[in-house]
Design a binder for this molecule. Structure first.
Ligand SMILES: C[S@@+](CC[C@H](N)C(=O)[O-])C[C@H]1O[C@@H](n2cnc3c(N)ncnc32)[C@H](O)[C@@H]1O
Length: 302
């Protein structure tokens, strides 16, 4: 989707460095010590509304059978922490640490843990490329919907392995945008999916991460014998789910960091983004509306 710039970029309220606009970085010459890779979605309320639906059951099912009482777990790119807190409650005798590059979202995660009365958890600011932990620290290192937002996912996987104990588990899960599918057909949703690819590619990220997790883990040098790939799906097809998913994407198209990056990179303008938002709201009202998000998963031993 190409268009003339028309939308004044709106920096989301309370934006912090990981939300900030950055020049497209590309995958070469990236300074991995910086935290200024520009996280596509940012942390607008419409984005957090999506992340807050996530639980251990709907976002870490492939990992759950491997959890044992007393294990230590690190959640890299934990966002607002709903999965992290859920995992901590399942590891009641263990220690869980959530890290993220956004202070804004870390505060939301701390508030959530406090509201739940979850004691065996804490949250820290950290860059996935330089985790502030000794070698061989955690039994489990988990990253959910993170690698698609990093220009160097293989470097991050190596860093996750460094902080995992020998024989410990690294578990990663990412959506695959090209594999998303929906009904009824919608020209606006097709345009949205194309634009999402254009914007993320412009900023050096890979939106079709799900299908690549296995290759990234292999590139990171993990023992192939210990790699367990899988996939699972989120499906939104009830009236409530459609209203939630369509409504939040309508807002994300016009108000989140995605809208800012789309206009900053001159890939869309205000009118085009409004049309995408209307398309999402139209889809949400379809009684036959159905949307599936395919997620790739890999579980591997350090
Ligand atoms: C799509 S969200 C996923 C949040 C959470 N894991 C979940 O599934 O609800 C990605 C998160 O990664 C964080 N992030 C992006 N780049 C990062 C980096 N280099 N280091 C640490 N966190 C990062 C973002 O701030 C954001 O909160």
């Amino acid at each position: 989707m190409n268009g003339s710039a028309g939308l004044e970029p709106v920096t989301p309220a309370g934006a912090d460095p990981v939300d900030a606009i950055d020049a497209p970085s590309g995958s070469h010459g990236t300074d991995l010590t910086k935290e200024s890779e520009s996280y596509t979605h940012g942390h607008h309320e419409s984005v957090l509304r999506s992340h807050r639906r996530r639980t251990a059951a709907n976002s870490a099912e492939f990992l759950l059978p491997h959890l044992r009482p007393g294990m230590s777990l690190l959640d890299v790119g934990c966002g607002p922490g709903t999965v992290t807190v859920d995992l901590a409650e399942r590891l009641a005798d263990g220690t869980v640490v959530g890290v993220d590059a956004s202070d804004q979202v870390l505060q939301a995660a701390r508030d959530l843990a406090e509201a739940h009365g979850t004691k065996n958890i804490h949250f820290e600011h950290a860059n996935a490329y330089e985790l502030p932990f000794e070698d061989d620290t955690f039994d489990v290192v988990y990253a959910h919907q993170l690698l698609q937002h990093l220009s160097e996912p293989v470097a991050a996987l190596r860093e996750m392995r460094r902080v995992a104990k020998p024989g410990g588990i690294i578990a990663v899960r990412d959506a695959d945008y090209a594999a998303m599918t929906w009904y009824p057909e919608s020209a606006a949703l097709t345009e949205w999916n194309i634009l999402y690819h254009e914007v993320t590619h412009a900023y050096g990220f890979q939106p079709d991460a799900g299908r690549r997790l296995l290759s990234w883990v292999r590139d990171a040098g993990f023992d192939p014998a210990g790699i367990v790939p899988s996939a699972s799906v989120w499906c939104y097809a009830t009236p409530d789910d459609r209203a939630w998913w369509g409504g939040l994407w309508a807002e994300r198209c016009t108000q989140s960091n995605f809208a800012v990056q789309a206009t900053e990179s001159a890939l869309a303008d205000e009118v085009g983004l409004e049309q995408l938002a209307h398309g999402w709201l139209d889809w949400a009202q379809q009684p036959d509306g159905w949307f599936a998000v395919l997620n790739g998963e890999v579980l591997v031993r350090a």
